[in-house]
Design a protein around this ligand. Structure first.
Ligand SMILES: NC(=O)c1ccc[n+]([C@@H]2O[C@H](COP(=O)([O-])OP(=O)(O)OC[C@H]3O[C@@H](n4cnc5c(N)ncnc54)[C@H](O)[C@@H]3O)[C@@H](O)[C@H]2O)c1
Length: 353
């Protein structure tokens, strides 16, 4: 099986490459990534020798038709898993255009090239699949009760989620209009190794270790449904294997936690692990809420559980321990990724909050 994994050098893409190569020794992955501030080629330095033989990295943009055409012509892909995206809500507020370019137009470019190789006349080559990796955020916000199902209407509230919804809809339109073998997955908040330290969990870990403020939006009571990244990778693997063309699958582990709970738990685990008494709740600073901040996300993953036999295997507290251990053992990785563009962005936009 030849698989094109786009956005392979980001957080979930990296974890997916490791997961897939470990579990499918007869597969070959071409990883395509533009290497924005969020992508890091060094992430692959821990691949084993036998895994390296089944993986090639290509630096490039999913919107680069010539390059993607070339890759399809050489590797005759069976599956595309599209992780490539601008993924940070805060950044989408400062620069929505970049999000539309990659998350909407980029998806369309990728679909068009895949279609040109997979469709011969009126018929499609068999066994092909285009997996569009999406997010619970496309559904908007929930009140205190209820869950997002695959039938929940899309109601995105941020430029990030709107651009992801746009990508989903263009992918869906390729299925309905052309019969393209598209499957959309929508996952809740992921956490785990290799996550860029602008997202809640690694940001809090890094700031706490450096005795810096822990900025919490609003009253800290926004709820997210957390999923350990390996559980997400396993779900996508199952969708590749057994997912039905044209379907949407929600992925979530019923691990709903308020942001303030997550931050306090990180403090507790870090203080226990390091013995550093300066890591305590006085570091928490409530800051002005993010515009358009969704209150609560929670997924109903019944469909993927019942139809594909998926089940999450990590509780939130278990996954958090593993994640924090990974960051403590990889502080050089954090130092190397938080330079340049990342620091400039935060100094420009957040220095006086
Ligand atoms: N992180 C989460 O909690 C979460 C949850 C649900 C869904 N998702 C989705 O999963 C996917 C991966 O998320 P992530 O957290 O790993 O994001 P990330 O920001 O860590 O990684 C994105 C990767 O895409 C690459 N990229 C960006 N624009 C590109 C382009 N035009 N061409 C090629 N590569 C490009 C970046 O260099 C980076 O390596 C995204 O589509 C995101 O919307 C993420």
């Amino acid at each position: 099986m030849n698989v094109l994994v786009t956005g392979c050098a980001g957080f979930i893409g990296t974890n997916f490459v490791y997961y897939y190569l470990r579990n499918h020794k007869d597969s070959f992955i071409v990883g395509l990534d533009k290497l924005t501030y969020a992508g890091n080629i060094q992430n692959f330095s821990n691949l084993k020798e036998e895994e390296k033989k089944n993986f090639i990295f290509v630096k490039g943009d999913i919107s680069n038709l010539e390059l993607v055409n070339y890759l399809f012509s050489v590797y005759d892909f069976d599956v595309v898993v599209n992780f490539a995206a601008e993924s940070h809500v805060d950044r989408s507020i400062f620069d929505p255009a970049t999000f539309v370019l990659t998350n909407v137009l980029g998806v369309q470019s990728l679909l068009s090239v895949a279609m040109s190789f997979w469709k011969k006349g009126d018929s499609w080559k068999s066994g092909k699949k285009f997996i569009q990796v999406s997010t619970d955020e496309v559904y908007g916000s929930l009140g205190p009760d209820g869950y997002f199902t695959e039938e929940t209407p899309l109601d995105p509230h941020s430029p990030y989620s709107a651009s992801k919804a746009g990508g989903d809809l263009i992918a869906k339109s390729y299925y309905h209009t052309f019969g393209m073998p598209v499957i959309i997955t929508r996952c809740s908040n992921n956490y785990g190794p290799y996550q860029f330290p602008e997202k809640l969990i690694p940001l809090m870990v890094w700031n706490a270790l450096n005795h810096k403020e822990l900025p919490v939006y609003g009253d800290g009571k926004n709820v997210r449904d957390w999923l350990y990244v390996e559980d997400h990778c396993r779900a996508i693997d199952l969708v590749i294997e057994k997912g039905k063309i044209g379907e949407v699958y929600n992925i979530g582990g019923h691990n709903e936690r308020e942001n303030i709970y997550v931050v306090k738990k990180i403090i507790e685990i870090l203080r226990n692990k390091t013995g550093d008494s300066k890591i305590n709740e006085s570091l928490i600073k409530f800051v002005k809420d993010r515009p358009g901040h969704d209150r609560r996300y929670a997924m109903d993953p019944k469909k993927i559980i019942n139809e594909l036999g998926w089940k999450h295997s990590f509780s939130f507290e278990e996954g958090l321990e593993i994640t924090i251990d990974w960051y403590l053992n990889n502080l050089d990785w954090v130092r190397s990724v938080i330079s340049g563009d990342y620091l400039k962005f935060y100094e420009k936009n957040y220095s006086n909050r």
